[in-house]
Design a protein around this ligand. Sequence first.
Ligand code: KMH
Ligand code: ZN
Length: 317
Amino acid sequence: MVVIKVFRMPKLIITCALTGSATAPSQTPYLPITPDQIADEAYRAYEAGAAIVHVHVRDPETAMPTADLDIWRETLTKIKQKCDVVICVSTGGGAGMTAEERIATVPEFEPEMCSFNMGSMNFGMFPLAERIKEWKFPWEKAMVEMSKDFVFKNTFADLEVFAKTMREHNVKPECEVYCSSGLYNMGFLIRTGQLDLPVHIQYVLGVLGGAYSTPYELINLQTETHRMLGPDNYTWSVIGIGYPAEFRLGAVAMTMGGHVRVGLEDNIFIKRRVLAKSNAEFVQKARRIAEDLGREIATSDEARQMLDLKGINKVKF
Ligand code: KMH
Ligand code: ZN
């Protein structure tokens, strides 16, 4: 007799990406910039139901994405003082940062999690230039326009150093997969013993240079992951870039048993043409959709258990 397994969905982990490096301050006045603003936003997102916050930092004067370790320290410490949310530190950085600058937070702070981008790619933000009428800061226009000729560099040599550093410092990688080549790069790292199972994957759909933000792309990547790794060797989440992709792909992921990321790093609109006034609004909306779809929300401690994280008492900040 054939035994049909009943698939019980895990609690839903909502990650909130607070500020990013590709969102330009001229796109929205609600983007948190200073360590205090980022920490406040983290706390509000946590209160709304985010189990994880994904963090980048910016120069408080110029709002430009920065790799400055003092600003990182201040931001991480302030978030930790407010709550026990899981902090996922970005190693994607921002345009113009070297791989060395991007990975420096891992040995310095030994966070519970960090992002790990699975390969080099084009990363085009330049179509935005036509939509912004007035720029707050001159560097924003330059950053957006130069993206036409920008390669987000994550060569195999970079991946090797990043994987080794994360392992040495006991930091759980979140594998950012933008299209199927990222998946196969990840497979290579697993096969060559550089990346441990189970992996946590964040499918990032809708970057100009990566896969399109359609359910078909998500289902294709997730199916391919399942074929590669089997049922027990991975957990996954999705980012839909922009509106309405953030919510539509989030709903597909919730329906499929995956997890979701929302926040101002990825999308600025809460409804068509309506800016979100805070990251918490995105989390509240994701939570509402989840409740309607019958997915319970995971707390930060439940996310720690599900992703096998080392715990907040083992970080160096
Ligand atoms: N901003 C993204 C499209 C990272 O920080 O390492 C994906 C991201 C990458 O969050
Ligand atoms: Zn990021």
